[in-house]
Design a protein around this ligand. Structure first.
Ligand SMILES: NC(=O)c1ccc[n+]([C@@H]2O[C@H](COP(=O)([O-])OP(=O)(O)OC[C@H]3O[C@@H](n4cnc5c(N)ncnc54)[C@H](OP(=O)(O)O)[C@@H]3O)[C@@H](O)[C@H]2O)c1
Length: 346
């Protein structure tokens, strides 16, 4: 029986995905920061589908919480109380409007929640993933400034981890929330591609995929917006207008099921390093934004993220260790090194 670890699997697109996986007999690890809501979903899935469900507390904006969650699952595996993972789905995330906020580690909250937490989780859980397993990253079409999705939300800026983590702290004008979000999703796509390249170089058969679930107004995604905006976004009129002007529209049922397919369906076992999009009832492989294919930028994003999360060399999974002659040493770029990357930088 396969086991899938999903962040944010108790609500929205993640919940639909969890239900779909449970219906296929897949055991689940629900990881999130709302224990009561996760327990309620776990009970439902156990009762309806007779599967095993483990819940793990995880706040992706907190590096300490990510480390604790990964260690908790690792020790369950060691004790034989949990199985290796067929897939890790990095799905939790959000857009944070209003004045910029900072994570417990001092990093801008959008980048910390959507990017750094999942980056560290992937690094720490890779050893728990089966040899033929998968990592699926929920990104967003908003990452691409050449699409209507990207234009409406705000064009993504350069995927520079250090600047994004410190957005608003240097005295410069902070990015608007839409751009913080679209850029975090650009980084997510680039993490997926860079992970795919690193796994491939290391001879691993684990696949790494990026996914755009499309614009899905029925979820809690707009919860920080005024009620009138939420109501309007979910109206059938707005859905029709969105589709007409070229927004990538989908439903929570379809996008959740498509995410489940990407995690466990055999059709997606050999498409590592690719980007998929749910749109009007179809899941298709698509091109992502031009910049997302830039390998130099992706390598820098990866190495800077490693320093920002304070990844210790003993934490780095064997799958991803640098092999001589394959990858250049990470640059000591900007002004940052060592411990400076584990906290807020002014
Ligand atoms: N809906 C859309 O139109 C759309 C479009 C493109 C991409 N997406 C992406 O799809 C994914 C799922 O979003 P959704 O639409 O299903 O919205 P949602 O219903 O709000 O689900 C978001 C999930 O992320 C979790 N989450 C947020 N911050 C977290 C944190 N710091 N630690 C742990 N969990 C956290 C939430 O947990 P809590 O319940 O504890 O808040 C919730 O379970 C997100 O990555 C989103 O960016 C959504």
């Amino acid at each position: 029986m396969a086991t899938v670890f999903i962040t944010g699997g108790h609500s929205g697109i993640g919940l639909e995905c969890s239900r779909q996986l449970a219906a296929r007999g897949v055991d689940l690890v629900l990881a999130g920061r709302s224990p009561q809501r996760m327990q309620a979903v776990a009970e439902e899935l156990r009762t309806v589908h007779d599967i095993d469900v483990v819940t793990v507390e995880l706040d992706t904006s907190s590096l300490a919480s990510v480390r604790t969650a990964a260690a908790t699952y690792g020790s369950l595996i060691e004790r034989g109380a949990a199985a290796p993972l067929q897939a890790l789905i990095c799905n939790a995330g959000g857009r944070f409007d209003g004045k910029e906020k900072y994570s417990p580690d001092g990093y801008e909250l959008t980048f910390a929640t959507n990017c750094l937490g999942h980056f560290l989780l992937v690094e720490l859980l890779l050893p728990a993933i089966s040899a033929d397993g998968r990592v699926v990253f929920t990104a967003s079409g908003t990452h691409d400034p050449d699409t209507m999705d990207g234009k409406l939300v705000g064009a993504a800026v350069e995927p520079r981890a250090v600047e994004l983590a410190n957005d608003g702290l240097s005295g410069a004008k902070p990015l608007p929330a839409g751009k913080r979000y679209s850029t975090s999703k650009l980084c997510t796509v680039m993490y997926a591609y860079e992970l795919a390249r690193r796994l491939d170089r290391a001879g691993s058969a684990i696949a790494s995929l990026a996914y755009d679930p499309g614009s899905v107004p029925e979820t809690g995604f707009l919860r920080n917006m005024p009620k009138a905006v939420q109501w309007l976004a979910a109206s059938s009129l707005m859905q029709s207008i969105s589709t007409y002007i070229g927004v990538t529209t989908s439903t929570v049922a379809f996008s959740g099921a498509a995410l489940a397919d990407l995690a466990v369906d055999k059709r997606y076992a050999t498409v590592s390093g690719k980007y998929f999009q749910a749109r009007e009832g179809k899941l298709r492989r698509r091109q992502s934004s031009k910049v997302s294919y830039d390998e130099e930028r992706a390598r820098t994003l990866w190495n800077d993220s490693k320093r920002l999360v304070g990844l210790r060399s003993e934490e780095e999974p064997a799958h991803l260790r640098r092999r001589s002659g394959i990858e250049p040493e990470p640059q000591k770029n900007n002004v940052l090194s060592g411990d400076e990357f584990t906290g807020r930088m002014m």
